[in-house]
Design a protein around this ligand. Structure first.
Ligand code: FAD
Length: 380
């Protein structure tokens, strides 16, 4: 049984504790079994299940403030049970976040109810082959022609690429150089001039693609926010979800610790159990302490955001620490399992693959370090 003592921390309200208990029961009954090889089908099914269970309403901020602690608890719990379920939940939020925050009443009415029910799959298309960490180097362009924009260019590493029903796409509209000349658009799958140029396979399989736009006409009414405000739209959306990446990493790390504890207590060697060795005990102590430290940073950032405070530095600290710690914890778990730890589809082998990308996306660790340092060095 996983240690849930952290739920007693003062960062949470009773509504959060109840939410976690309900989700834990739901997750055990519905998603604990993993999924087959067809990740597209599995992801569609999980989005549908999460919608039916009512969980996706938490990912969408329509008409209510986003509850960051709820999103974090949901991601942590889903990640502990099933990495693809966490991915499906997170992408519904990230893919629709710009609509919740900046969409017109018409945009919200058209897209958000379907996202919340798990009937419409969302994607967030910011990165390009030459513009990952350096978002402002984006080249994908949108030129207004009457009541439409014509989009030309590419996006890559787009989660849900190939299965999404709509994509929030960022393109250069040229009001000003760099970050100030970008706008955000909703592009429906199947729009003429929009194609999935390539599907990309990654170590922890989930739907991922490179997108291509060739004179793709998007109505002005599907621009999110003002022209030239796209960078602000992207950063505000990522700001909501950055702390939740830390929570997903925590979920993976807690699962690895649970697996390691169970294994260490049962694995016989040299006439005793693996857990009887002090070397093992030291490793378990390091793993548990790292997880608690990461959890404290994560839920501090979530709580602070829910209190309406600025969390630029705190969210970056949480994302960096939780993802880096989870990588170490999972690696230690694989080591304790010996050969079993590297067998395909073993729980810790899957975690070892699941965690890696979290140190890269939504701002690599080095980018988080720069954010923290910039905040520290800022002169008020
Ligand atoms: C599985 C996965 C899913 C993704 N999903 C999406 C998605 O849905 N939508 C989307 O828009 N994008 C998505 N991305 C893209 C992701 O955000 C980028 O990969 C990320 O921003 C890094 O960009 P890059 O890959 O171009 O690496 P680069 O920008 O080339 O960076 C490479 C490395 O350089 C280092 N680095 C970066 N900046 C600095 C610096 N200032 N100083 C020193 N070192 C530095 C970091 O270690 C970084 O990992 C996804 C990526 C992955 C792997």
């Amino acid at each position: 049984m996983a240690d849930k003592s952290y739920l007693g921390w003062p960062f949470f309200a009773d509504t959060h504790r109840t939410l976690e208990t309900r989700l834990e029961q739901w997750a055990q009954a519905n998603i604990a079994g993993g999924h087959g090889k067809d990740v597209d089908a599995a992801c569609r099914h999980l989005v549908h299940q999460l919608g039916e269970g009512g969980w996706l309403t938490h990912a969408i901020g329509e008409n209510k403030a986003i509850d960051t602690r709820a999103i974090c608890l949901i991601r942590e719990t889903l990640a502990r049970h099933n990495g693809l379920a966490d991915f499906a939940f997170a992408m519904q939020g990230l893919g629709s976040g710009a609509i919740s925050l900046f969409g017109s009443a018409g945009n919200k009415a058209e897209y958000l109810p379907g996202v919340a029910r798990g009937e419409a799959i969302a994607a967030f298309a910011l990165s390009e082959p030459s513009a990952g960490s350096d978002v402002a180097a984006m080249q994908c362009a949108a030129v207004q022609q009457g009541d439409h924009y014509l989009l030309n260019g590419e996006k890559t590493w787009i989660s849900n690429g190939g299965i999404a029903d709509f994509y929030v796409v960022f393109a250069r509209t040229g009001e000003a150089p760099g970050a100030r000349g970008i706008s955000a658009f909703i592009v429906d799958a199947g729009t003429p001039g929009f194609e999935i140029a390539e599907r990309i396979d990654v170590i922890a399989p989930h739907p991922l693609a490179r997108l291509k736009f060739t004179n793709c006409a998007v109505p002005v009414a599907k621009r999110l926010g003002e022209a030239g405000q796209g960078f602000k739209v992207a950063m505000a959306t990522l700001d909501v979800f950055r702390t939740s990446v830390a929570a997903a990493a925590l979920g993976f790390a807690r699962r690895a610790l649970d697996e390691a504890l169970a294994h260490a207590k049962s694995r016989q060697m040299f006439g005793q159990t693996l857990a009887d060795f002090q070397l093992t005990q030291a490793k378990l102590a390091e793993m548990a302490t790292g997880i608690d430290a990461a959890a404290l940073l994560t839920y501090r950032a979530a709580w602070q955001r829910d209190m309406g405070q600025k969390v630029t530095k705190e969210a970056a600290m949480a994302k960096m620490t939780a993802t880096e710690t989870a990588q170490k914890v999972i690696d230690a778990a694989v080591q304790m399992f010996g050969g079993l730890g590297v067998v395909s589809e073993h729980p810790v082998e899957k975690l070892y693959r699941e965690i890696r990308a979290l140190r890269i996306y939504e701002g690599a660790t080095e980018v988080q370090q720069l954010i923290i340092a910039r905040e520290l060095l800022r002169t008020e």
